[in-house]
Design a binder for this molecule. Sequence first.
Ligand SMILES: [Zn+2]
Length: 202
Amino acid sequence: MIQEYLLKVKVKNTPYLKKQCNRCHNTSFYCSDRFRINAQKKSIDVWLIYNCNKCDKSYNATIISRSKPELITNDLFDQFLENDIDTAWRYAFSKEIAKINSLEFDFGSVEYDIVYQGESFATLTSNQHDKLIFKINYPFDFNLKISRIIRGEFGFSSNQMVLLIEEKVISVDSRFLQKKDKLRDGLIIEIDVLQIKGISNL
Ligand SMILES: [Zn+2]
């Protein structure tokens, strides 16, 4: 029997910035989820505001620099004005924004929950399903490894995970999982439970 699940990675916070504060020398900043806008007739600048985790000193990361007003849609402009949280988070996870500002995100600071309907992962492998299929919903990318999710949710040790990869029981978009594979939105992960049950030294 094949069982399909929609698996959502729900982030709880945006990544910290790895950046030294020039006031207190602390090295991390958090996103305030607020924008700063400088709108003039011919040019618009938008920044996302960060604050030092220790002394709260602010740092503005460039989102839009000297753009012509007509290039920004009214909707987007309203989202900046209203400090729309979805918009702020989209930029706070954007690798392009990190690049533009020569910033490094601390993806290790992102906490998340794995949300899906159905039985707990731990019991999934002990029931009668032959194969489990997970469709991944992962709207905010923070370099999460697929093997880390599977390990964490099924309770496999790192040695067991290595064995599962060697035995080719997990596939991602129809090719076998590699240890380094990162999660992407929309991926399909297949776990061959029948084959897992047949691995004697697991
Ligand atoms: Zn500081």
